[in-house]
Design a protein around this ligand. Structure first.
Ligand code: SF4
Length: 425
């Protein structure tokens, strides 16, 4: 059963009399479990929909409509699948106390892997889930492999019953499912020869594995430092060599680079970022893989869209990791727009200086940094710092931030989105 949270005006659902609180019970006799069932089972021109209205009446509707016309309901959020692992590097362990409850949930959900590109380990799949992945052809999936050696993987996941990943992937691949994979690299555990073997195994698996990224493990002040540490510059350089080795083979054989290092890996290694071509289709951009090259590509050719900023002063507020790379983006932006860009990298006051990613900066860090910046015409904040409810990680709302600072503030993913409209004169 799935509950309706809203009915879109003028939609089929509104016409039928569905309302917030209506329970969607089944489609064509198939019980509904979550949004996946709803989306896949209603993807037919004619369906029988069985519902229970808020006052208890059960009704069956025979609906016929063109597929282009959505039924028009918003659904309650799916109950998130909890993680069956206890990785030493888990971000949840690295959170300070006092944040929103939802942030402490260890989620590991193949449905969100398919829908949003969240990485899942697939260690909590039940036979029913396997059937659904195959039946609905949930592809591509984003999978945290970490190591193909089952002993190393179980150690990393702190899950002695984690199923072997390669046979698991094979079951899906045999039904046409493809994968983007990642290795979170924990030095002394899954780097070096283990990483080489993992990349080889995943590549040899065949074309169903579309690529593999290597991301250095990231810790906060609160993480389990007695159990896990961040890689040194030399360890990151060694990983980059393995990635390049594998990538050279892949390029020659499959015409894809296939193996990628996260931007953070290059930063820590003190090695210049590779050029944009190595990221293939930027499939793992959300994983911090190729973010800077992607940004450079996005702004190239957008000069016209970003007209009207000549002579303006724009503050670009970000984390210390992007702070090191951002000049590579701001210089071409300056040339294109004629605006003056000031980079404002912030140390994370909530997690400590070791957490350098922009997305985890709390609202109060932005508020403090911009409180006295009347000299700026505009401040740009990374779009990923707020969630869909408009909240920063410390629960400050974006509205509250804008009320606290004396200048206009815009969220931006790629500059063109925020600079497409000129600032107020
Ligand atoms: S898989 Fe590991 S890192 Fe991810 S939520 Fe579970 S315990 Fe945390």
């Amino acid at each position: 059963m799935i509950k309706v949270t809203a009915v879109h005006p003028g939609s089929i659902a509104a016409e039928l009399g569905l309302q917030a609180g209506t329970e969607l019970l089944s489609v064509n006799g198939r019980e509904l479990e979550d949004f996946l069932d709803w989306e896949f089972l209603t993807a037919e021109e004619q369906i029988i929909l069985h519902v229970r209205q808020p006052h208890g009446e059960e009704i069956e509707y025979d609906i016929e409509r063109p597929l282009s016309e959505p039924i028009g309901v918003s659904l309650e959020p799916a109950r998130i699948r909890r993680c069956a692992n206890r990785c030493d590097f888990c971000f949840v362990d690295g959170l300070p106390d006092g944040l929103r409850d939802v942030l402490y949930i260890r989620d590991d959900d193949y449905r969100l892997s398919f829908r949003y590109g969240n990485f899942a380990t697939l260690t909590n799949l039940k036979p029913h889930d396997v059937d659904r992945v195959i039946e609905y052809r949930l592809s591509p999936l984003y999978v945290s492999v970490h190591a193909t050696d089952p002993v190393v993987r179980r150690y990393l996941l702190r899950n002695p019953t984690a199923p072997e990943i390669l046979p698991q992937l094979r079951t899906f691949a045999d039904h046409g499912i493809e994968f983007h994979t990642q290795v979170v690299m924990s030095p002394g555990v899954n780097d070096g020869p283990v990483l080489r073997q993992t990349l080889t195994d995943l590549y040899d698996f065949g074309p169903a594995i579309l690529g593999c990224s290597v991301v250095p493990v990231g810790l906060t002040e609160y993480s389990k430092h007695h159990l896990v540490r961040e890689p040194t510059a030399e360890e990151c350089r060694a990983a980059i060599r393995l990635i390049e080795e594998r990538s050279a083979v892949a390029l020659a054989e499959r015409h894809r680079h296939w193996a990628y290092g996260a931007d953070e890996l290059y930063l820590r290694a003190g090695v210049e970022l590779p050029s944009a071509e190595i990221y293939d289709d930027f499939d793992q951009i959300e994983n911090g893989v190729g973010s800077v090259r992607w940004l450079q590509q996005r702004i190239a050719g957008q000069a016209e869209a970003m007209a009207g900023w000549a002579g303006r002063r724009i503050g670009v507020v970000t984390g210390t990791a992007m702070g090191q790379l951002m000049p590579m983006v701001l210089e071409p932006l300056r040339r294109m727009t004629g605006a003056e860009f000031e980079l404002i990298p912030l140390v994370n006051p909530l997690f400590g200086a070791s957490v350098t990613t922009a997305g985890l900066l709390p609202g109060r860090a932005f508020a403090e940094a911009l409180a006295a910046r009347r000299d700026l015409d505009l401040a740009l904040l990374p779009g990923e710092t707020i969630n869909e409810d408009g909240l920063f990680i410390d629960s400050m709302s974006f509205e509250s931030l804008t009320a606290q600072v004396p200048i206009e503030v815009r969220l931006s993913q790629d500059f063109a989105d925020a600079l497409g409209t000129a600032a107020a004169a």
